[in-house]
Design a protein around this ligand. Structure first.
Ligand SMILES: [Zn+2]
Length: 298
């Protein structure tokens, strides 16, 4: 079945790319890029419950989930602390909800902050880990009934909205549970960014088969306005630095071929001899950060 555009509800699209077996299209009315047709809810559910946060599920020409999310923890905690500092510019204190909290690294980063943070995620394993590390997390798929109106001072969702089958409904629920004057903060791959322009169908955003929508600053802005948000700001996310060891371990997930594995293993050995594997190098991910407010008087 063909999927209507999440922004305008029409189905009037131009095919862009065939990535694996997925057709990526662009809406002719507003430019929103998405997967059409989309996988069923049952298929998505199966993907998320089979070792999603580990590297067990890599298939031939796409890449599901996270290579090894736990390995990224020492890098992500300071990253999330900087995001909390940014939120503080909008609201000095209050309650925050993180949708899609995964292992709860944002929640851990927030433990020593001025905010009281709750996390929800559909992955049981991830939530168990988060709770074991002292975070307030629970297994929950966000619906209209999940929380009362105006329950939180702010809502955050990192690299989540591109996974959702109904992004507009998601933003409407977020709008409902955010207090007037509250903030929402998201990150998502930037479909309007330079990496997408350079790489075309080989862009990393397209390689994850669970990514269903691809937002540019323009399309995400329109979606937020439709959901009732104001003061919308979009900007490029910071360039993160990773140890060379981490990049070499993850590289074969993006660049296939036996020859490449040989080259990577050779480079790893040589750098290991010279104890260079822990040198930190910048990795441009070209993600988009989006912040917006619920109007103070609604
Ligand atoms: Zn549209």
């Amino acid at each position: 079945m063909n999927t209507p555009c999440a922004l305008c509800g029409r189905h009037d699209v131009t095919p862009l790319y065939l990535v694996g077996e997925r057709h990526i299209v662009r809406c002719n009315h507003d430019g929103l890029v998405y997967v059409d047709p989309q996988p069923t809810a049952a298929t998505l559910n199966r993907w998320y419950n089979e070792g999603y946060f580990t590297d067990k599920k890599r298939e031939k020409d796409d890449y599901l989930g996270y290579f090894s999310y736990l390995d990224e923890k020492p890098l992500l905690i300071p990253y999330f602390k900087r995001k909390l500092a940014y939120i503080k510019k909008y609201i000095p204190t209050g309650t925050l909800l993180e949708v899609g909290c995964g292992y709860g690294f944002f929640l851990e980063a927030a433990n020593t902050s001025a905010f009281q943070v709750t996390g929800i995620d559909v992955s049981k394993d991830a939530v168990t880990y988060a709770k074991q590390h002292g975070s307030n997390a629970r297994v929950l798929s966000l619906t209209k009934q999940s929380f009362p109106k105006n329950a939180f001072s702010g809502v955050v969702a990192f690299q989540l909205i591109e996974h959702l089958q109904h992004p507009l409904e998601f933003l409407e629920i977020i709008h409902d549970i955010t207090k007037p004057g509250g903030i929402v903060l998201f990150t998502t791959p930037n479909e309007g960014g330079y990496l997408k322009k350079m790489l075309g169908k080989r862009w990393m955003g397209f390689r994850h088969r669970e990514h269903l929508y691809f937002f540019s600053p323009n399309t995400i802005r329109h979606l937020l306005i439709k959901a009732g948000f104001v003061d919308i700001t979009t900007f490029g996310d910071e360039v993160r630095t990773y140890p060379i060891r981490f990049l070499l371990a993850g590289a074969p997930n993006y660049l296939h071929g036996a020859w490449f594995r040989v080259v990577v293993s050779f480079i790893t050995k040589v750098l290991g001899i010279f104890s260079c594997l822990d040198i930190m190098v910048p990795l441009p991910l070209n993600s988009l950060v989006i912040a917006a407010r619920k109007p103070s008087v609604s």
